[in-house]
Write a protein that binds this ligand. Structure first.
Ligand code: TXA
Ligand code: MG
Length: 368
């Protein structure tokens, strides 16, 4: 465990996890690693603890949270009785839902269901649906298994900011604000938040947030077709005004340094938007591309940062890069536009929102 002071170890002893369990039982908050990003956890059955999450994040109370559940037996994944586990949380479980669960849980897939009666309104933002996921990170698994209940956990960042992918990021995010218990599980492998699929609005599965698990992968493994929100016109269900996915606000995941995307080969165009020749600019460049030639812009202090042209690797490092660059005092950060293709949808989505919300006043962009 580390409370405030830094701790570089990436393993947590059982004693520390037991203490985290007790903290949750006592109504406290615990930050913990998942395979996607770090979460800020609280007991999903404790309305007061849930309120503390919204306060700590500065998040509007109508933005619903994801309930995290454990796979009870880590040794035999095929024997897990998800139906029994989900019974207290969801009203009904379709065959499609079970196919998705069996194929992808535990893992970076969140499913939205019609909620069970006892699910607290505080966590669903007053909606009649609930989002659930079973994270695969061993520390998250151990914490949830020992806690024996649901843990709500939004990403452990201040509202609208870049999600944390290390324990140090979490501490930095809440420094001086909150004496938070942070379980250290090292760097997150996936690096962007889970894919969210809505199964609550009838017979169609709808993609609410793209992530590392793509609709084609889902179709290939389960035969379930996942629709884009625009493809489904099911009356009022999908067009309600509520911010069902807070990450769906235009501005989100944002650094305080202005961030822009540049089209292939168009770095100079992007730079010309910032005519101050004294600007210090960090330009991310694909590892597959030869170095930029910026002789036409000799007075701008430009530094190249190499980024992976493999979408999985790119995603795993995206928030790390944004956070590090944000700390380095650049006037502008440029990233290459991700290529077309579903495997890039998750990072394209995060980068576009990060651009929109970036800049010194980024905390004020999150209006809804
Ligand atoms: O990977 C993840 O999902 C991470 C880790 C910590 O598990 N969690 C995460 O939580 O990203 P958060 O709160 O930052 O984002 C959860 C998203 C929000 O955009 C929220 O609006 C959406 O899930 N959500 C939660 N409940 C929902 C519901 N009932 N219907 C639609 N969207 C929902
Ligand atoms: Mg978040």
């Amino acid at each position: 465990m580390s409370r405030g002071n830094s701790d570089s170890t990436s393993m947590q002893s059982s004693a520390v996890i037991n203490e985290a369990v007790q903290t949750l039982r006592d109504g406290g908050l615990v930050a913990f690693p998942t395979e996607t990003v770090y979460g800020l956890g609280a007991d999903a059955k404790n309305p007061e603890a849930i309120k503390q999450i919204f306060i700590a994040k500065g998040r509007p109370s109508n933005h619903p949270l994801i309930v995290h559940l454990a796979a009870p037996d880590k040794f035999d994944q095929t024997q897990i009785d998800w139906v029994a586990l989900l019974a207290p949380w969801v009203r009904d479980l379709s065959e499609e839902a079970l196919k998705l669960i069996n194929a992808f849980w535990p893992g970076p897939l969140t499913l939205v269901f019609k909620k069970g009666k006892s699910v607290l309104n505080e966590l669903t933002g007053g909606q009649d649906t609930v989002a659930i996921r079973a994270p695969s990170h061993p520390i998250a698994q151990e914490l949830l298994r020992k806690f024996k209940g649901g843990v709500v956990a939004p990403s452990a960042n201040r509202f609208g900011k870049v999600s944390p992918t290390s324990a140090a990021d979490v501490r930095h995010e809440f420094e001086g604000m909150l004496d938070l218990m942070v379980l250290d599980g090292g760097d997150c492998e996936v690096g962007i938040e889970s894919t969210i699929i809505d199964l609550s609005s009838g017979d169609k599965a709808i993609l609410l947030r793209p992530g590392s698990i793509t609709p084609s992968e889902i179709f290939a493994k389960t035969g379930v077709k996942v629709y884009q929100p625009g493809e489904v016109k099911s009356g009022n269900e999908v067009t309600v005004d509520l911010p069902r996915v807070s990450g769906s606000l235009k501005a989100h995941y944002a650094p305080t340094t202005p961030l822009r995307l540049y089209a292939p080969g168009r770095v100079l165009d992007a730079l010309s938007e910032f005519p101050d020749i004294k600007s210090r600019v960090a330009v991310a460049v694909w590892d597959s591309e030869s170095s930029l030639v910026l002789d036409d812009h000799p007075s701008t202090d430009v530094e190249e940062v190499i980024v992976s042209s493999d979408p999985t690797t790119f995603a795993s490092r995206l928030y790390r890069s944004l956070r590090d660059l944000d700390q380095q005092g650049w006037d502008l950060i440029l990233f290459p536009e991700p290529p077309a293709g579903e495997e890039w949808d998750g990072v394209r989505d995060r980068l576009q929102r990060a651009c929109f919300g970036s800049g010194p006043s980024s905390s004020n962009h999150d209006n809804n």
